[in-house]
Design a protein around this ligand. Structure first.
Ligand code: MTE
Ligand code: MOS
Length: 812
C-alpha cells in the first residue's frame, strides 16, 4: 500500500459530511460571480452584438448609432485589441471576428451604464454582411469534406481477418445528438483594473490559469499582471473548461479601456446560442462476433461535430476513441476519428469528455445485435466484459477487471434482477398497450487527462499563529464537492477536526499554472497537493512536538487536534504546538505539489497507458413505455459504483445520482435542434430556451433509485485510497436507453432488433415501437452474409420522421 493511499486512524475523509456550501446554496447566501456586481461601484455592463447568419463576411460595422443611445459608454471592436485578437488556445477563435462563423456569433460588444442601455446599444449597431454558404449538420460537413484538426486512429490486431473469421458480421451507421450544459449560472466575468494597471478578473471558469493566459494575450500583457479568481460556479459540466476565456477577455479589455469595472454576464439565450455544447457524432461501423457472441472485431469511423472552431474537439475525440471499448474486450480493432467543421457554436467538453460518445457506439451495437445473435442483451454484455490479463485497444492493461464482475453480480442481487425479469415478462404478456424493459449496462472510465502535462496540481496551506488553517488549491468548485473533499483531506493529514480548517476561493496568484478542474481528476490531483503541503507542515510540527513531549519525532502522531507520542498518554494541544513552533521560528505554511506517476501516452499512434486507473460502475434500469405515445417512466434504477475508498460518501452518492440523471437527459430527453432549411434562419438554434429544450427534473427521477458504493475497493496510489467520481456515473444512463429499446421491442415479435434514435425521446421511442410492431426490425443494420456492407450507405435521420421510418422498414 502506498503512502498516498494509506489512511491514518479516525480520518476526516470517508465521513459523510454535507457539501461545505450546502446551507449557502439552499438559502441563497452563496455568492456567484455575478452577485459581486451589487458590491462593486460604477460597474459597466457588456452586451454582445450577435449576427443572425450561419456564415457571412462582415463588410461594414457602424458603431456610431450605438454611441448615441443614452447610457452607452463605448463599443469594443477588433481595433481595440492591444494583443492577440483570439479567445482560444488554438488561435482559431477570433474574439472580434470579421467572418461570422455561426448563427449568433458576436462581432463586437457594447459597454453601458446599465444592462438595458447596453442591450439597446447593441441593437443599434449596424452590421453589413455578405452571406456565405454554410454547413449545419455533420452529414453536410462529411459530404463537403469539411474537417478540422487531427484524424487519430487506434489500431490493434487485424480487423479484416477478425471480421472474416467471425461467425456473424453486422454493419450499420448511427448518429446521435449532443447536449446543452444548462448549468444554472450562465457564463459570467467581472474585471477590475487597479492603480498599478494590474487586472483582476472574477470568472466563472473551470480553468482559471487558462483564463488568465488568454486575458493576458488579448491584452498583450504578461501573466503576472493578470489575476483570475473563481469563487464557485453554479455548474460547469465541462462547459466552463475553455469557453469562459473570451468572455473574461471582453470584461478585462473593457476595464482596461474605460478604467471601470466591466461585467459580462450572458442571458440564458445568449449562453445557449453563443457557447459550445457536447459533441454529437456520426458513426459508421462493422462488427464481428464468434458463435458464442464474443466480440471479435470492430471497425468504426467516428465523426464528431466540432462546430466552427477546434476548442477541445481534439482531446474530446481522443477520449471518445479510448472509450469505444467501454468495459468489453475487443481483440481486433480499427477506430478512426474525424472532426467535422460546421457553422455552429464550437462544441466543447461535457461531463465524460467524449467518453460517453465513444461508449454509446458499442452499447448501441450490442443492443441492436443481441436479438439477431439470439442472446439476451444482458447476457451478451456480461459475456464480453474484460477479464484478467486483457488490455484496451490502445494497449493499457485493464487492472481490476474482477471489480466489473463483482459490481455486475451485486447489481443483479441487490436489484433482484432475475426475479424482476420474470415479472416484466408476465406484465408484458398481459398488457398489449404498455411494455416494460430492464437493462444492465457497465461503465469503465479512464481517469487522468490524456494530455500528460495536465496531471499536476498545486496547493498552498497556511497555519496561523492561533492554530487556524487556511487552504488554497488549484481546483475550482462547481457544485461537485471538491472543496468539501479538500477540507477533509487537510483535516486528515493534519489530524484536526474539520472545523479548524477553512478554504479560500481559487485564485491564480495563490496557486499558479493549474490545470482545468476536469477529467474528474480534481480530487486526485489537488488532494495529492493539499496532502503534500499539509505533510510538510506536519513534519515540521512533529519536530517541535517531539522536543515538547520528549519523544522521537518519528513517533509523534497528531490526531483530533492533539499531538502525542505513539502509545504515550501525554499530549500537546494543536494551538499550543503551533504557538510554540511560531516562537521557535518554524515555517507554518507550505506549498504542496503533486504529479500523477506512471502515465505515458503517444498521441501520434494513440498508444500507451494514459490513465492512472479505471473507474467502474454497473446500473440496472427498468422502464415502462406507453404504446400509444412512446412516453415512458423510469420505474427503478439500481447502481453499484466504484469510487475506491470514498473521500466523502454523501458527495459521491450525490455525484452518482446527478451524473446518472444528466446522462439520462442526454440519452432520452434533451433534443438540441438547429434550423437546417435554406431560409434566412438557417443555422439558428431552435431550442434556445428552457421551454423548448427539455431537461430532466424531479419528475424524471427514477421512482426507485438505489445507489450503493462498492465496498473493499481501496485504490492504491491515489489520495487516501479513493477514486474519481465526477464523470463516470453519467454513462450508467445507457441502462435507461437500452431498457427503452427492449421495451419498444416487446411490442413486436420476439427477437426483434430495434433501432432507437438518440436522444430516445418519447417521439423516438414511439417510432421504435412502430418499427417493432411492423415486424420490420432494424432497417439500418445489415448482416454481412445476407447483404454486403455498403460503406458510406445513405443517411438515416437523427430524428426519424414517419416516411423515413417507412423507408427503413421497406429496406429491412
Ligand atoms: N457536479 C456538479 N454539481 N456540477 C458540475 O459542474 N461537473 C462535472 C463533475 N460533476 C460538475 C459536477 C464534470 S464535467 C467534471 S470533469 C467533474 O465534476 C469535475 O470535478 P472533479 O474533478 O472535482 O470531480
Ligand atoms: Mo469535465 S467534461 O472534464 O469538465
Amino acid at each position: 500500500m502506498s503512502a498516498l493511499s494509506d489512511r491514518p486512524e479516525n480520518p476526516a475523509v470517508g465521513v459523510a459530511v454535507p457539501h461545505e456550501s450546502a446551507k449557502e446554496h439552499v438559502t441563497g447566501a452563496a455568492l456567484y460571480t455575478d452577485d459581486l456586481i451589487y458590491r462593486t461601484k460604477d460597474v459597466l455592463h457588456a452586451h454582445p452584438v450577435q449576427v443572425p447568419r450561419a456564415h457571412a463576411r462582415v463588410t461594414a460595422l457602424r458603431v456610431a448609432p450605438a454611441l448615441r443611445v443614452p447610457g452607452v459608454v463605448r463599443v469594443l471592436t477588433a481595433a481595440d485589441v492591444p494583443g492577440v485578437n483570439d479567445a482560444g488556445v488554438k488561435h482559431d477563435e477570433p474574439l472580434f471576428p470579421d467572418e461570422v462563423m455561426f448563427f449568433g456569433h458576436a462581432v463586437c460588444w457594447v459597454l453601458a451604464e446599465t444592462f438595458e442601455a447596453a442591450r439597446l446599444g447593441a441593437a443599434a449597431v449596424e452590421v453589413d454582411v455578405e452571406p456565405l454558404p454554410s454547413l449545419v449538420t455533420v452529414r453536410e460537413a462529411i459530404a463537403a469534406g469539411s474537417f478540422q484538426g487531427a484524424t487519430p486512429r487506434i489500431l490493434r490486431g487485424d480487423v479484416e481477418a477478425g471480421l472474416a473469421g467471425a461467425a456473424r458480421e453486422f454493419s450499420g451507421d448511427f448518429e446521435f445528438a449532443g447536449q446543452e450544459h444548462f448549468y444554472l449560472e450562465t457564463h459570467c466575468a467581472l474585471a477590475h483594473v487597479d492603480e498599478a494597471g494590474q487586472i483582476f478578473v472574477q470568472s466563472s471558469t473551470q480553468h482559471p490559469s487558462e483564463t488568465q493566459e488568454i486575458v493576458a494575450h488579448v491584452l498583450g500583457r504578461s501573466s503576472h499582471e493578470v489575476t483570475v479568481q473563481c469563487l464557485r460556479m453554479g455548474g460547469g459540466f465541462g462547459g466552463k473548461e475553455m469557453q469562459p476565456h473570451g468572455f473574461a477577455a471582453i470584461a478585462a479589455l473593457g476595464a482596461t479601456l474605460t478604467g471601470r469595472p466591466v461585467r459580462v454576464r450572458l442571458t440564458r439565450t445568449q449562453d445557449l446560442t453563443m457557447s459550445g455544447k457536447r459533441h454529437g457524432f456520426h458513426v459508421d461501423w462493422r462488427v464481428g462476433f464468434d458463435a458464442d457472441g464474443h466480440l471479435q472485431a470492430l471497425d468504426a469511423t467516428l465523426t464528431s461535430d466540432g462546430g466552427w472552431s477546434l476548442d477541445l474537439s481534439e482531446p474530446v475525440l481522443a477520449r471518445a476513441l479510448c472509450h469505444v471499448d467501454n468495459a468489453y474486450w475487443l481483440p481486433h480493432v480499427r477506430l478512426t476519428g474525424r472532426i467535422a467543421r460546421t457553422n455552429k457554436t464550437s462544441n466543447t467538453a461535457f461531463r465524460g469528455f467524449g467518453g460517453p460518445q465513444g461508449m454509446l457506439v458499442i452499447e448501441d451495437i450490442l443492443g441492436r445485435c443481441a436479438p439477431l445473435l439470439g442472446i439476451p442483451a444482458m447476457e451478451l454484455r456480461r459475456r464480453n466484459l474484460y477479464r484478467a490479463g486483457q488490455s484496451t485497444p490502445y494497449g493499457q492493461p485493464v487492472r481490476h477487471p474482477e471489480r466489473l464482475h463483482r459490481l455486475w453480480q451485486q447489481v443483479l442481487d441487490d436489484g433482484a434482477v432475475v426475479e424482476r425479469q420474470r415479472e416484466i415478462a408476465a406484465y408484458n404478456a398481459g398488457h398489449p398497450h404498455a411494455k416494460r424493459g430492464l437493462a444492465v449496462t457497465p461503465v469503465k472510465f479512464g481517469i487522468s487527462f490524456n494530455f500528460t502535462a495536465f496531471n499536476q496540481a498545486g496547493a498552498l496551506v497556511h497555519v496561523y499563529k492561533d492554530g487556524s488553517v487556511l487552504i488554497n488549491h488549484g481546483g475550482t468548485e462547481m457544485g461537485q464537492g471538491l472543496h468539501t473533499k479538500m477540507l477533509q483531506v487537510a483535516a486528515t493529514t493534519l489530524g484536526l477536526p474539520l472545523t479548524r480548517i477553512r478554504l479560500a476561493p481559487t485564485r491564480t496568484d495563490k496557486v499558479p499554472n493549474t490545470s482545468a478542474t476536469a477529467a474528474s481528476s480534481g480530487a486526485d490531483l489537488n488532494g495529492g497537493a493539499v496532502k503534500n503541503a499539509c505533510e510538510q507542515i506536519r513534519e515540521r510540527l512533529a519536530l517541535v512536538a517531539a522536543s515538547m513531549l520528549g519523544v522521537n519525532a518519528a513517533d509523534v502522531r497528531i490526531s483530533g487536534g492533539v499531538a502525542h507520542g505513539v502509545g504515550g498518554t501525554a499530549g500537546v494541544a494543536w494551538n499550543e504546538l503551533v504557538r510554540t513552533a511560531y516562537f521557535q521560528r518554524v515555517q507554518l505554511f507550505a506549498a504542496g505539489f503533486y504529479r500523477t506517476e506512471g502515465l505515458h501516452w503517444d498521441s501520434s499512434v494513440m498508444r500507451g497507458s494514459p490513465f492512472k486507473y479505471f473507474a467502474y460502475g454497473v446500473a440496472a434500469a427498468e422502464v415502462e413505455v406507453d404504446g400509444f405515445t412512446g412516453a415512458y417512466r423510469t420505474r427503478r434504477v439500481d447502481i453499484v459504483h466504484d469510487v475506491g475508498d470514498s473521500l466523502s460518501p454523501l458527495i459521491d452518492i450525490g455525484q452518482i445520482e446527478g451524473g446518472f440523471v444528466q446522462g439520462a437527459g442526454w440519452l432520452t430527453l434533451e433534443d438540441p435542434r438547429w434550423e437546417t432549411g435554406d431560409g434566412p434562419a438557417r443555422g439558428r438554434l431552435s431550442t434556445q430556451a428552457a421551454s423548448t429544450y427539455k431537461l430532466p427534473s424531479f419528475s424524471e427521477m427514477p421512482e426507485v433509485f438505489n445507489v450503493t458504493l462498492l465496498t473493499d475497493a481501496e485504490e492504491d496510489g491515489v489520495v487516501y485510497g479513493s477514486k474519481a467520481v465526477g464523470e463516470p456515473p453519467l454513462m450508467l444512463a445507457f441502462s435507461v436507453r437500452e431498457a427503452l429499446r427492449q421495451a419498444a421491442a416487446a411490442f413486436g415479435p420476439a427477437g426483434m432488433s430495434v433501432d432507437l434514435a438518440s436522444p430516445a425521446t418519447p417521439e423516438a421511442v414511439f417510432w421504435a415501437i412502430e418499427q417493432a410492431r411492423a415486424g420490420a426490425g432494424d432497417g439500418h443494420l445489415v448482416e454481412a452474409d445476407v447483404v454486403p456492407p455498403q460503406p458510406g450507405a445513405e443517411a438515416h435521420p437523427l430524428h426519424p420522421e414517419s416516411e423515413q421510418v417507412g423507408q427503413a422498414v421497406a429496406r429491412g
